[in-house]
Ligand binder design. Sequence first.
Ligand SMILES: [Zn+2]
Ligand SMILES: [Zn+2]
Length: 456
Amino acid sequence: MKSSPTNALPSEVQALVNQTIESLKDLVPPTPSFVSDEIQDAVFEAIDAVDKDMRALNLAIHDNPELMFKEVKAHAHLVSALTKLGFTLTNPSSLPTAFVATYTHGKGGRVFGFNSEFDALPNVGHACGHNLIAVVGVAAAVGLKAALKACNIAGTVKLIGTPAEEGGGGKVILIREGLYDDLDACAMAHPGGGYGPTPFTGSAHIGGPASLARAGFDIEFHGRGAHAGAAPWMGINALDAAVQGYTAVSMLRQQLEPTMRVHGIIQGSEQWAQNIIPSYAKVSYSTRAMTVKDCLTLRKKTIACFQSAAEATGCSIDISAKDDEVYADMRNNEPLSLSYASFMEKAFGDKIATEGMTTASTDFGNVTYKVPSFSAGYEIPSPVGAGNHTAGFAASAGKPEAHKLSMKVAKGLAVIGAKFLSDSEFAKETKKAFEKFKKETGDLQAPSLSEGFEML
Ligand SMILES: [Zn+2]
Ligand SMILES: [Zn+2]
């Protein structure tokens, strides 16, 4: 419907609306000031100097997609590149493909962290652009390292290589094992695109969840095989149980809030045949919601769909869910995000959206509950329909233009890192905002499947 002048608000109401909008602006914290030209120049020069090496590293990862926990080649490429760039490499974790690259200048400074992801998806390769995330992390660490040295800033830059984001909860495990304990703040970036025209070039959403919490589960159905023609009554059909549960979830979906998601697949067996009643079937599901609590409640409701299907068909079931794969909603730190948005606009004319959210999920959400941190989203050119998790996006993530944009984002992250390490007032403001957020939301408890059941 086209709007017409008759739809306009009466002038006194409009005046009241304008007044309210103006008063709300007072609640927004002032835009933080920027870093010195000296810091900015050191960051930009250092990142420009490694651009070709970063492109080679990016392609080495992109062209050899590896799945969660098995990112062996990517890990080797990253460790080798970071060693050459003058970082100290360690891996104090239980995950063979994790790493920590550290550089310290002076004594007694704060610690700023970056995260590099580098896992791919089955069949579609680097369809989430984690090859780009990997080099954004490295380049940002290089830029911040250069600024510490050139401007004599005491502090430590720590790049954490985080495996298994597309499942497995690499960061959840690394948090538990203490790799984030000494960080004062942390940042990463994530590419997106292919969703159609957007009025912004990037995002750093604040004021609520920037992405949804996510929990997963698997259910195995055990029935009994039989001849499908001669004696079907002798069988207990595990596939029927999975299909019945799948259908029940589709009905449940009608009653969910718009921000909730539930999605999954039926996985069978290579032994399935059309003339044998299937004795085995498996479903693998995710639930998503604005908070971990709501996400676990939804998981309970979804599991009930499959429990009832098992009962109806006479199958027995095994439910499994890993606490490490419960991803928290992402809560970007406000001063870090606003400072990044301001800097990107000033330096590059980029419009960074600080309102809104994505209904995807990330284990970086758990990091945002552990230390003041933020994730910068950025758009890479990708045809409409070729968004994240499609083969088209994997192709886009390997293009020179995507690399160029990634290096620009790395500059922004490094500058914010330098600001945090060199500006005590800004660091204090960041910590204060984090403490306020934690006071409002409470600690993120390690949820378990049984807790999920107790929630209703
Ligand atoms: Zn993804
Ligand atoms: Zn991703």
